[in-house]
Design a binder for this molecule. Structure first.
Ligand code: SF4
Length: 314
């Protein structure tokens, strides 16, 4: 298959983003400013510009062939980092002309937000997903192995600024790697940063597919424990499922309400965490009106009814 034929992929029914048509802005080879330990692509030397780029007209031509009005999002992604695509701004403008009600989304590692032009381009999108695996320079360098001169402090400053001014749906993704960024200290630092911006949802994940380097993910239970360490006003969601082994623990009614009070959960979380008896108690609590649901960026969460009006504390 020629590179041009691989520009568009999907549609994929993404649990997190809906029905998505993917646009690969680096279809022929990996071009990334990071070389993350957990990357599902093969290791590659980092770059800060794309050496090979597809013309905007070609992408639009391919997109027109696949776009229909049932698509929720057009997802800009890449074998690597999509914001390294040199004509990103023009591409977004051209997609806006043909997308109708379909939303635009980009999945980025956040590093190029320090470039004012790219910051401005991302502002035009309907949805943005920023990855942020660590905020400590040493942890960031170990996990994400960035290109020379990429400074996590500068990225964090721009992530916060973007999170304050951006009007679309902002998703943050944190991927946890065993014994690297899964410490209380790092989570506390991440939580402090995330409290300074308005994310629609914060997805916590771990390694789900074979990684580029020999590193390991963490268990669902550990992910759940780390989730509890974030400030409870944050819209945290555990996104990873592959490593999810059922926990099957017994929860009393009070424990169920306390757990949901600390962290609203999805049906999938509940299926994994609760044993059969606890699930029955959970349904009784729903029937009695003590538990209710709230939608956060395409997903439905259960939380105690008395918390539905809970506002951010800070
Ligand atoms: S930013 Fe994404 S594509 Fe680039 S190395 Fe990391 S995981 Fe792979």
């Amino acid at each position: 298959m020629s590179a041009e034929n691989k520009i568009i992929f999907g549609p994929i029914n993404s649990r997190r983003f809906g029905r998505s048509l993917g646009v690969d802005l680096s279809p022929s080879n990996k071009q990334c400013n990071f070389d993350c330990l957990y990357c599902e692509l093969a290791p590659a030397a980092t770059v800060d510009i794309q050496a090979q780029s597809i013309p905007v007209s070609k992408i639009i031509e391919e997109l027109k062939k696949h776009l229909d009005d049932k698509m929720d999002v057009i997802t800009l992604t890449a074998n690597g980092e999509p914001t390294l695509y040199p004509y990103l701004d023009e591409l977004i403008d051209e997609i806006d002309k043909i997308k109708n009600a379909t939303q635009t989304l980009i999945l980025t590692n956040s590093a190029t937000l320090v470039d004012p032009k790219i910051f401005a381009s991302l502002m035009k999108l309907d949805q943005v997903k920023l990855s942020l695996d660590a905020v400590s320079p040493e942890v960031f360098k170990k996990i994400d192995r960035p290109h020379t001169n990429i400074d996590i402090n500068a990225i964090v400053t721009k992530v916060i600024e973007f999170g304050k001014v951006y009007k679309g749906k902002l998703f943050i993704e944190i991927l946890f790697v065993y014994e690297l960024n899964d410490t209380k200290e790092e989570v506390k630092k991440l939580s402090d940063v995330l409290m300074q911006l308005n994310a629609t949802r914060i997805d916590l994940g771990t390694i789900d597919r074979p990684p580029a380097y020999p590193v390991m993910g963490i268990s669902y239970k550990e992910l759940h424990e780390l989730a509890q360490l974030f400030d409870k006003s944050l819209p945290i969601h555990i996104a990873s499922r592959t490593h999810a082994e059922p926990n099957n623990a017994e929860y009393s009614e009070e424990e169920i309400l306390n757990t949901l009070d600390k962290r609203p959960l999805t049906q999938e979380d509940i299926d994994l965490l609760f044993d059969t008896e606890s699930k029955k108690r959970f349904f009784t609590l729903i029937k009695d009106g003590k538990i209710t649901t709230k939608s956060v960026g395409n997903l439905e969460f259960y939380l105690p009814s008395e918390n539905i009006q809970r506002k951010r504390k800070k």
